[in-house]
Design a protein around this ligand. Structure first.
Ligand SMILES: *Cc1c(COP(=O)(O)O)cnc(C)c1O
Length: 382
């Protein structure tokens, strides 16, 4: 089957794993109760929801009452930032610290808060894609109500020194949030050992369904709700719970945890081989240095139009991305690549491949061959 789909866009979304789908199915049909209902059907749904919460808490090394179900990564990031800023309004703390290369859900929440009178420090990143604890130390003040630094970047995969940054925040008594949407399933998460106070997860990036995520929030923090109404989620997030989604997220996280080391190794092996093959192309730049997520490979081919590259690959049954799914289609060069100091031309000629362990070696070779010939062809055109 020479033209079977090669999916190299796992950072955009992942297929739901069969075990996850199977675990979810009863909650769409026989077990359709509302967890807030008092009769048996409702209690059964409630039990499934709480079992999912406990499993997720166990995976993160947190407590079940610190797990809040959300609609996904964007809501988690919005809630962490706005919820902390709102809760601290009375105390007068209105300064936030983050980085220039966060996900738009985080950045736009910060920009919203700036319009409401908060002050935000956006830390620059190095040319290889990292921030340091020292940078954080230089900007925090007694007014800082939150530091938010992503665990791993969605476009280039660089893994940030979360442990050093969180240790600094803990020492200064400042709550620390991390967007772990990309890291989950690939890197260990331990909110205790890593001193993480708030953490965002999204199921569809790790083999679970779309539309469900978690915001982890420490018991002692006061976090203002964003969605008001009923008393669900300990009165912090109103709305009838997504029971099937919660069950699916718990299952996906459990499976990913069991397989993490093995799948990370085999994925990195394939990614490294592809990087070796593609980085030798004339003018090719590799965006982001190690430590990186195992499946991420972000390359720039200056002079090649990234969107054209994607179309040529698509015609051959290859799904890849230029930068992130959120910024593609906008025509603007990636804010992440510009933050690394890449020129507009370099940023526009970028290709993000994000693979997982299920990509066969045969498909790795086909992918490399297709990228090589597409780049040669498009460059010739230019
Ligand atoms: C995908 C992604 C999000 C948004 O998650 P959704 O569930 O799609 O809203 C947030 N942060 C990062 C790093 C992501 O990769």
């Amino acid at each position: 089957m020479p033209n079977s789909l090669i999916y190299a866009d796992h950072a955009a979304t992942t297929p739901v794993r069969p075990e996850v789908l199977e675990a979810m199915l009863p909650y769409f049909s026989a077990q359709y109760g509302n967890p807030s209902s008092l009769y048996r059907l409702g209690r059964q749904a409630k039990a499934a929801l709480e079992e999912a919460r406990a499993k997720i808490a166990h995976c993160l090394h947190g407590a079940p009452e610190e797990i809040f179900f959300t609609s996904g990564g964007s809501e988690g990031d919005n809630w962490a930032v706005k919820g902390m800023a709102l809760a601290d309004k009375e105390s007068g703390k209105s300064h936030l610290v983050t980085t220039v290369f966060e996900h738009p859900a985080l950045l736009e929440s910060c920009r919203f808060l700036e319009r409401q009178g908060c002050r935000v420090s956006y830390l620059p990143v190095s040319s290889t894609g990292f921030v340091t604890a020292k940078q954080v130390e230089e900007v925090v003040t007694p007014d800082t109500c939150l530091v938010s630094v992503m665990y791993a970047n969605n476009e280039i995969g660089t893994v940030q020194p979360v442990r050093e940054i969180s240790a600094l925040c803990r020492a200064k008594g400042i709550p620390f949030h991390t967007d772990a949407v990309q890291a989950a399933g690939w890197l260990p998460i331990d909110v205790q050992a890593q001193n993480i106070d708030l953490l965002t997860l999204s199921a569809h990036k790790l083999g679970g369904p779309k539309g469900i995520g978690v915001l982890y929030c420490r018991k002692w923090l006061s976090l203002s709700p964003l969605i008001h109404g009923g008393k669900q989620e300990n009165s912090r997030r109103a709305g009838t719970e997504n029971v099937a989604g919660a069950v699916g997220l718990a299952k996906a996280l459990e499976l990913a945890g069991q397989e993490q080391i093995k799948r990370s190794q085999s994925t990195a092996e394939k990614r490294d081989w592809m990087e070796g093959e593609l980085s030798t192309l004339t003018g090719c730049l590799v965006n982001g240095a190690n430590p990186r997520l195992p499946g991420h490979l972000n390359l720039s081919f200056p002079g090649v139009e990234g969107e054209s590259l994607l179309l040529v690959l698509d015609a051959q049954g290859i799904a890849a991305s230029s930068g992130s799914a959120c910024s593609s289609g906008s025509g603007n060069p990636s804010h992440v690549l510009l933050a690394l100091g890449r020129s507009e031309k370099e940023a526009k000629g970028s290709l993000r491949l994000s693979i997982d362990e299920t990509l066969s070696w045969e498909d790795c070779r086909r992918l490399v061959q297709a990228v090589k010939s597409a780049v040669e062809m498009l460059r010739f055109d230019a």
